[in-house]
Design a protein around this ligand. Sequence first.
Ligand code: 2P0
Length: 380
Amino acid sequence: MATKKLTTLCSFLATVSAGVVGFENEIYHESMVTVRASPNIALIKYWGKRDQILMLPHHSSISITLDGDNEVLYGDKNIKLFTTTSVLISNRLTHDELYINEELITSDDQSAHGLFRAIKILRDIADSREKMLIVSENLFPTAAGLASSASGIAALVFAVSMALKLDLSSRQLSIIARMGSGSASRSVIGGVVRWNSGLRDDGSDSFAQQIYSPNYWPEIVDLIAIVSLEEKKTSSRDGMAATVKSSGLYKERVRGVDERLQDLENAFREQNLAKLAKIVMIESNNMHATMLDTIEDLNRDTGSVIAGYTFDAGPNAHIITVKKYVGIITDRLSKIEGIKTLIMAGVGEGPRLLDSSDSLINREVLKPRDPSRAGALYTL
Ligand code: 2P0
């Protein structure tokens, strides 16, 4: 694989705002580096893959890499938008070890699959089998929609490549990070970044590039209003696969995205906030519309279809099932905070005549009957 000069890496270093601390110990054949990388926020979103193995997207995306030297205006002052990762390669190590947020991660941990994949690719390129100790920490919540996988994998790819003394171009780093997690391909670059989907089947033209430097429009900021730090219930990977599979709107999204990419680039070029704001909202709504158009697999835990949902114009869910599943579904719904009442109704008859004893009229006094007998009335 082609490599670029160290100067490229140094300018890359400046643009990704990744700090590197390293040392070598010739006696023990050791090298250690520490880097940091930040998450990014996509303004034209990546949602859906044309190749699940090579992690190739259906369309291009644009993001801004967030400044890790963020301010917290109110709330948890400790949140810092970067991942710090240290890698030690040493012949004193007898086996590999990877710690994320102080937890030892094993190769059968599904959520770290991308990290192990990226490490393997880098080792193969370096033709190295030396053991590694990798320690990675996020100072912001993991898997809560703040793109910790992007910064985590970007930091790891950058750190391991440096520790292995691989002189990789930003294009190569982006491709390797992509193989770990799609959005990580953009976090190995700073500024305003475009990940071109590419056309080739081997993915060699699917990588991210800077389109504007971090200083191009210094006034622009992202105010992140955090409402929940809980882990997402459905991973982006599963969610986007379900959208591609089941959403009829998705094809429309892909058709319209090139124009939005161009409009967003123009908005940045012109530093035009009104234009930028409109495009990012249209784009966000568009992605979420395809998510809403995705048939959520309610039935994934049971292995067979036990229910489907439908919503009318209001917020209340109607879950259509058969009686034998009512117990299991009620059990699950009872764990969802916010469901105050659960009503069960079968399929009913049309209008029917009631007895005179059910009359709401007191014929003797020609007035409504005592309303208390009609039961409580609810205003819905
Ligand atoms: C993005 N997201 O462009 C979009 C917007 C979430 C919504 O990239 O399967 O964790 O590892 O490639 O990168 C999140 O998806 O998924 C994501 P994989 P990833 O930032």
